[in-house]
Design a protein around this ligand. Structure first.
Ligand code: FAD
Length: 524
């Protein structure tokens, strides 16, 4: 048994960022991770063949690069080995009529492509991009502040002061709109609308879900303004750098250390018990980077002492699941729509708003979508070091899928456990790519398919394969994340805090919850 100031359950990047800041402030910290490696949803492995490095979860590290944590510790992270690979050709979509649209950080390239679809949309794009920094100030302030009535009031005041009443209402409308409402208001071309709407599907914002418009807006404008970054060699560059900084500051990381119980005394968290029976004491803070449902009756066997909190944690809503298909390839897909598509970090196969809405509805109803939405990541187009010379990896995210399969919208796969049907479903997804890039099948050297249940097996926070650890719909975001009254990483148990994607400001690699909590605990 050892004594620490702060103990962390799980080595996700939020916990590592929090532990690192506290360790640098002199706290004695320890992180306990059930897996043999840190990183949770940010891991890179040779999942198919030797020499082919696949990002098993996150690939796009723009949120980390733009985070407050990175701004504060850029030099230290770099010294600890952090390296990004910048992306100029960020995302694109291919369409059944053989056309494509894509966003590159060179605005002239984006606008030239837009003009092919609609001169009006091209002018709108320039106007939106020109106004982005003014809008982003408020959105980034909101996303980068602890969630409290006071912070919200501060953001609203600043917004009103800078933009006046009607400008502030425009921002409010954007925050509340569905992707379709905002896209229909803003653009004319269905191709352009579909290309942007695909970003809502990275979360759980199908085109008609209120509160989703901000994601297509932010992602497209941020990519237009700053480009994108992925990790040099793999997304795990951020995890290795965080581990290096943490251990250099005296922090400890224990792997293969499954936390079975958070120990409490008189309503206060005092330590942990591992599955093998070992116990450790935390004198100042116990920080759980877990899914809310893992607390009551599990890590807290007798509950938190607050029935309302326990019920809210049990009822925390997860989003539909994801399947990941990792391919080792002889060459990148030959997209028929345009040779330039080989340069893009992401190619979406998500041809219309209606198709995305239908896919989401099918997944929520427990059906295997007949036509899933595909996010095809081409990391080796940007960072060839991830594969042997001349070879490539493909990162295929299949959105959105049920955790429990009750039927098949296409009527060809008999419902069953994901272990039995994942390969058949992966074939359906790959056939969609093949349709847009004939010859892919002949280029495949190796393949690894991770079903929604495989994702959860690797990381229990991804409940049912929910890659964002909890729906981000308005009723579970902002002051409601993970539950009303507990948006400040607090719990009813003194000294026990919840961090990670399930907490404000939500999923992604921005280390927001971890760093904001660390600053609060350390007093800066
Ligand atoms: C397939 C996929 C693709 C994604 N793509 C992107 C992307 O491109 N860009 C982006 O910004 N975001 C992406 N995301 C989202 C992003 O990766 C996550 O939101 C983020 O990494 C979550 O970090 P976290 O700190 O909450 O912890 P997690 O990454 O969820 O890690 C939690 C850790 O806690 C451990 N743990 C849980 N319970 C216990 C226990 N009882 N004892 C010990 N250890 C425990 C787990 O094993 C895990 O290692 C993606 C996610 C997935 C799954």
């Amino acid at each position: 048994m050892s004594d620490f100031d702060a103990i962390f359950v799980g080595a996700g990047h939020n916990s590592l960022a929090c532990a690192t800041h506290l360790a640098l402030k002199g706290w004695k910290t320890a992180v306990f991770e059930r897996n043999p490696v840190s990183g949770g949803a940010v891991k890179t492995r040779e999942a198919t063949l030797p020499g082919f490095r696949h990002d098993l979860g996150a690939m796009n590290l723009s949120l980390f690069a733009g985070s407050a944590f990175h701004r504060k510790y850029a030099n230290e992270l770099k010294a600890a080995g952090l390296e990004f690979a910048p992306v100029a050709d960020c995302f694109a979509s291919v369409f059944p009529d053989g056309r494509w649209f894509g966003v590159s950080s060179d605005i002239e390239k984006t606008v030239a492509r837009l003009t092919e679809f609609s001169a009006e949309d091209a002018a709108t794009w320039r106007r939106l991009a020109g106004g982005f920094m003014g809008e982003a100030e408020h959105l980034f302030r909101l996303l980068g502040s602890p969630m409290s009535g006071r912070a919200l009031a501060g953001t609203a005041w600043n917004l009103w002061r800078k933009k006046g009443v009607s400008g502030a209402l425009d921002t409010g409308k954007l925050l509340l709109s569905s992707p379709r409402a905002w896209l229909d208001d803003t653009f004319a071309s269905p191709h352009v609308k579909a290309t942007l709407a695909a970003w809502g599907m990275h979360l759980d914002f199908a085109p008609d879900i209120a509160g989703g418009a901000v994601f297509p807006y932010l992602e497209s404008m941020a990519n237009q303004s700053f480009g994108m970054v992925i990790g040099k060699g793999g997304a795990d560059t951020i995890i290795m750098a965080l581990e290096g900084m943490l251990t250099a500051a005296g922090g400890r990381i224990f792997h293969n250390a499954d936390v079975a119980e958070i120990l409490t005394q008189d309503g206060k968290a005092t330590g942990i018990r591992l599955a093998d029976g070992e116990t450790h004491t935390a004198t100042k803070a116990l920080i759980a980077g877990v899914a809310p449902g893992a607390l009551p009756g599990k890590l807290l066997p007798k509950g938190s002492g607050n029935a309302g909190f326990d019920t809210a944690m049990k009822k925390f809503r997860h989003a539909p699941g994801t399947m990941m298909i990792h391919l080792a390839l002889d060459g990148l897909p030959d997209w028929t729509a345009g040779a330039e598509l080989k340069n893009f970090a992401y190619v979406h196969v998500a041809p219309s708003l209606d198709q995305m809405a239908k896919t989401y509805a099918q997944a929520v109803a427990g059906l295997l979508p007949d036509e899933p939405v595909l996010v095809v990541g081409q990391p080796t187009a940007i960072d060839p070091s991830r594969a042997p010379e001349g070879k490539h990896v493909l990162w295929v995210q299949v959105r959105a899928l049920p955790a429990e399969v009750r039927g098949d919208a296409a009527g060809t796969i008999a419902p069953g456990h994901w272990d039995a049907i994942k390969d058949a479903y992966a074939d359906r997804a790959l056939a969609l790519i093949e349709k847009n890039a004939p010859g892919l099948a002949q280029k495949i050297l190796g393949r690894a398919v991770l079903s929604p249940i495989d994702l959860e097996r690797d990381n229990p926070n991804l409940v049912g394969g929910d890659q964002i650890c909890g729906s981000h719909h308005i009723a579970q975001n902002f002051l409601f994340r993970p539950a009303p009254g507990f948006a400040a990483w607090n719990t009813p148990v003194r000294n026990l805090h919840l961090v990670g994607a399930a907490t404000w400001p939500g999923a992604g690699t921005g280390a927001g919850s971890g760093f904001m909590l660390a600053q609060r605990l350390a007093g800066a």
